[in-house]
Structure formats: structure tokens, C-alpha cells
Design a protein around this ligand. Structure first.
Ligand code: ATP
Length: 358
């Protein structure tokens, strides 16, 4: 069945599509990603529970005419945290100010941002777990009392001048909720944990994006992309664009199942969605370390990646799909990992005798 999503759009939406197609024409992947973001909670696909809970928080705040409670969004990369932050601001009709934890190295950086906020503004802090400790402490006060202490001068002569700030909403995003100190976590009135998406949701996301990018695809072509997207909308959109390239250059432009399969094989995304890094991790774990247990740092060095990349990007997907287990002694490959690589695990007891610590 062919899908032509443009049938479903009104004239105003057509104008939006033209804007997206223009972003697409630039070939700038970030611009395309931004253009594909849902603009309202109703447009968000999947994450049913989060949508309902967040919808309630926002509706209640609107009814009271107040800024909503601070919101913490946690989950692996590419599941929609930035998208939701933008939607929170849009649904409240408020401006969104964006920054990130690593950009806030001193308390003064945060004071400068916070003191510039107006009533009702939404402040989005991406990777909030990477903010400096001093800034974190300033944030506690700002979140709870809407006040910051601005330090004037240095050393023994320094004085703290309290500065009132208008009520605002902090939206923090983190891939590592466990790394946030308790006092910071407790100051968020609502925490949403984003889960990996089901293939049906990703299928809808692929259809939506294909409609916006004017890509012709069959239901089977879409399902093939959705099934290999690691439960992640960002990956679904990226694979769609690569498959679209393939369809244009090596086929007649339509994304069929065969076209999707050939393209994804070319881009080394396997039938279960494992990419080079995922396969590298379980491959090293099985072939070089006999299935583990092996420490995270050792594993990261062996695959030639940063520890954080292995931990935050590859592992959540591998754990969720039963290829890897985290144990107190280190990472171990599961029987499914051995089977996926077409390897036979060593006899019981052999792996236990081999311990690779960091
Ligand atoms: N529920 C959704 N429905 C449709 N598209 C989505 C959804 N969630 C995310 N996307 C798409 O996935 C892409 C990535 O989303 P987003 O940038 O919000 O992820 P993120 O969690 O903030 O990632 P990171 O933590 O890496 O910044 C966006 O282009 C957006 O279009």
C-alpha cells in the first residue's frame, strides 16, 4: 500500500511542509531534525503515559494562570526530550531559553541566565547531570525560592546580593537520572522517564516524517525501517533519510521493503537494528573476553569508544533487548548475544573463571 501523507494536511500545514522541504534541501541534518519535531502534545507519537501526565500538569497550570512545576525528562538520547521541552513552552505560550549542563561551568554562568528570565519563561537545561556543583547549588535556591545570590567581588571582600527572580519553569533533561543528586531530583515537581518506542509507534513516526519530507514509501518499507530503529525516533528519521537516498539513486524513488533492506544492509544496520557500535560491543565481549564479566572502561577501550558513549548510547538498547547484562562484577554477554553473532558460548564455568576488571 502506498502512503501519501500530504493528503492529510490542511493549507496551513502545507505551508509548514514547504518549510520542512526547504530545510531538507539544505542537507543540514540538524535543521531537518529540528523541522521534523512535533510542535504540540497531540502531535507526539507514543509515550502515552508521559503525554497524559504532562498534559495534565500543563492544563492545570494554565487553568491556575501559573508557571507549571519544574519538569525532569530522563531517558536515552533521541527519544524526544528536547522535543518535549519545546512543546512545554509552546503549550504554555512561553518563550523557551536553551542551555546545557556542560555550558554552565561556573555559578556565574547560571546566575546570568536565570537573572535574565521573565515570568513564565521555560528554561531548558540539557544534560543537567553535567552541570558544575556550585551551579547546582545555586539552582536549588532558584527552583525553590525563585531567588539567586549574585556574588560581587572576590575573596574575603566578596558579598552576596540576593536577587528575586520571577516564577519560571525549569525543564531538565538527562540521560543519567541516577547521577543527579537527591536534592536536585527532589525539586522537580514532575519527572517523566521516556521509554524506547514500540515498532508500531516508530512506524507511525516514519510515516509522519516521510509525509513531511515528501518521501514515497510503502507500508512494508516503513515497517522495515521502524523495526531497525533501536526504539529511537531520531534513528528512525535518520534511517528514513538514508533509505530515501538509496531509493533515489539506486531505485525508482519509492521506499519498498526490498529497497529498505538493501539500503540498511549497505549502512550496516542489521535486522534487529544493531549498528556497528552495538555489534562491536557484543563482539568484543564474546570474542575477546569470553562473554565477560568485563569492566565498562576496559570494554570501551576495546571498542575504541568513550566510556560514556558505550554506557549511554549502546548499553541501554543492548540491555533492553537482552544482549548484555550489567552485573556487579562487570558486563556479560547473554546467550542471545552469542546467538546473534552466530557464535557458541563457552561451557558453563569457563567465563566465571575469567574476570576482566577495569
Ligand atoms: N514522540 C515523537 N514523535 C515523533 N517524532 C519524535 C518523537 N520524539 C522524538 N521525535 C523526533 O526525534 C528527533 C530527536 O528528538 P529529540 O531531539 O527531542 O531527542 P532528545 O531526547 O532530546 O535527544 P538528545 O538527548 O540526544 O538531545 C526529533 O527530530 C523529533 O522529530
Amino acid at each position: 500500500m502506498d502512503y501519501d501523507a500530504t493528503d492529510r494536511f490542511s493549507e496551513a500545514e502545507e505551508a509548514e511542509i514547504q518549510r520542512i522541504v526547504a530545510a531538507d534541501a539544505t542537507g543540514d541534518e540538524r535543521a531537518i531534525e529540528a523541522a521534523l519535531r512535533p510542535k504540540s502534545l497531540d502531535e507526539v507519537i507514543g509515550q502515552q503515559r508521559v503525554r497524559e501526565q504532562l498534559g495534565l500538569v500543563l492544563e492545570a497550570a494554565r487553568a491556575r494562570g501559573r508557571a507549571p512545576d519544574h519538569v525532569l525528562l530522563s531517558g536515552p538520547p533521541g527519544l524526544g526530550k528536547t522535543t518535549l521541552a519545546m512543546i512545554i513552552a509552546a503549550e504554555m505560550g512561553s518563550p523557551l531559553r536553551l542551555t546545557s549542563g556542560p555550558a554552565i561551568t561556573h555559578a556565574g554562568d547560571l546566575a546570568a541566565i536565570i537573572s535574565g528570565l521573565n515570568e513564565g519563561d521555560v528554561l531548558f537545561v540539557d544534560e543537567i547531570h553535567r552541570m558544575s556543583r556550585a551551579a547546582e547549588e545555586m539552582l536549588y535556591m532558584a527552583m525553590e525560592d525563585f531567588r539567586v545570590d549574585v556574588i560581587i567581588g572576590k575573596g574575603p571582600g566578596a558579598t552576596a546580593i540576593p536577587l528575586e527572580i520571577p516564577p519560571f519553569t525549569l525543564v531538565g533533561a538527562t540521560t543519567r537520572a541516577g547521577l543527579l543528586p537527591g536534592p536536585l531530583r527532589d525539586r522537580f515537581g514532575f519527572t517523566a522517564h521516556l521509554e524506547f518506542y514500540e515498532p508500531e509507534d516508530l512506524d507511525q513516526i516514519v510515516h509522519r516524517s516521510a509525509g513531511l519530507l515528501d518521501v514515497h514509501l510503502t507500508a512494508e518499507g516503513s515497517a522495515e525501517i521502524a523495526g531497525r530503529s533501536r526504539g529511537t525516533p531520531r534513528i528512525a528519521n535518520r534511517l528514513l533519510r538514508r533509505v530515501r537516498d538509496y531509493a533515489q539513486v539506486r531505485a525508482d524513488g519509492t521506499v519498498t521493503r526490498d529497497v529498505a533492506m538493501s539500503a540498511l544492509e549497505l549502512y550496516e544496520v542489521d535486522t534487529l537494528g544493531l549498528d556497528r557500535l552495538d555489534r562491536g560491543v557484543i563482539d568484543v565481549l564474546c570474542r575477546r573476553f569470553g562473554g565477560g564479566p568485563v569492566g565498562l572502561s576496559t570494554l570501551a577501550v576495546a571498542v575504541g569508544e568513550e566510556r560514556e558513549t558505550v554506557e549511554e548510547v549502546a548499553e541501554p538498547f543492548l540491555v533492553r533487548n537482552g544482549f548484555l547484562a550489567r552485573t556487579p562484577r562487570g558486563r556479560i554477554a547473554t546467550p542471545a548475544a552469542w546467538a546473534h553473532l552466530g557464535l557458541v558460548p563457552p561451557a558453563p564455568g569457563v567465563t566465571d573463571a575469567t574476570l576482566f576488571e577495569d
